[in-house]
Ligand binder design. Structure first.
Ligand SMILES: Nc1ncnc2c1ncn2[C@@H]1O[C@H](COP(=O)(O)OP(=O)(O)OP(=O)(O)O)[C@@H](O)[C@H]1O
Length: 228
């Protein structure tokens, strides 16, 4: 379970361009469920996901991941948690050009100190399950959009994190590939992982696999809907 208590984020505090991106957000996110954050551009979805994923810190408020308060941890513990507990799928995939699908998939595992051969075997297994193992040796810049997405999914899974964070995962995909992404989410993550997605895309927030939709507006939560 992930809990946020009175979480606020102010950018450029004390300057003329001070901006309150999140205002006193209190929220409980169920474990092993799929939660989608929707809302207009600028409503705070990405800011919220980056705070939950320990990529930045709130200006005030507290965040707990499975009972552990992440907001009080020093940076070096925070980066350990970020690596072990969270997998990230970014809107533009953030794959590293010039290296292969396999190397991109293995990257988040390097700082964990796991044996190279074991990580490679896991990466190849994931790529095979995602039906992209034939491209393992190919540099990522030559992949199609759907293949880049599947590489990003494999990379997000390599450390077997409990939580997957996907920010606008279908933004660059056509309808068929967006549906494929949702099928992969249902098949791979099912009820074993906590999935948090930010999306404008009705295909995502109206998908049958989604358990909760949190609607955001101007840095606050407008509505929280549990889908039976
Ligand atoms: N580093 C920053 N400095 C200043 N303002 C920022 C910074 N990061 C985000 N913001 C502002 O905070 C607000 C919320 O941004 P955020 O990216 O969380 O919105 P979003 O709901 O994810 O939007 P989108 O759907 O367009 O991705 C925006 O107005 C944005 O300009």
């Amino acid at each position: 379970m992930i809990t946020l208590k009175n979480v606020s984020k102010i950018f450029n505090a004390g300057r003329p361009n001070e901006f309150h991106a999140l205002k006193n957000v209190t929220l409980t996110i169920a474990r092993e469920k799929i939660t989608v954050f929707k809302g207009p551009s600028g409503s705070g979805k990405t800011t919220l996901l980056s705070l939950i994923g320990c990529m930045s810190r709130p200006t005030s408020g507290r965040i707990f991941v499975d009972g552990q308060e992440t907001t009080s941890l020093p940076e070096r513990f925070l980066s350990d948690i970020r690596r072990s507990d969270f997998g990230f799928i970014f809107q533009n995939y953030n794959l590293i050009k010039g290296i292969t699908v396999l190397e991109n998939t293995m990257l988040p595992a390097y700082p964990t100190g796991r044996r190279h051969a074991a990580v490679k075997a896991d990466a190849m297994r994931l790529l095979a399950r995602l039906n992209i193992d034939e491209k393992a040796g190919q540099k990522v810049e030559r992949l199609s959009g759907g293949e880049q997405q599947r590489t990003a999914i494999a990379r997000a899974l390599i450390n077997n994190p409990a939580v997957i964070i996907a920010d606008e995962p279908t933004a660059h995909l056509d309808m068929a590939l967006s549906m494929e992404f949702l099928d992969i989410v249902a098949e791979f993550f099912g009820d074993r992982k906590t999935i948090l997605m930010a999306s404008h895309d009705p295909l995502v927030f109206e998908a049958g696999i989604v358990h909760a939709v949190v609607e955001m507006r101007d840095g606050s939560i407008l509505e929280e809907k549990q889908i039976p």
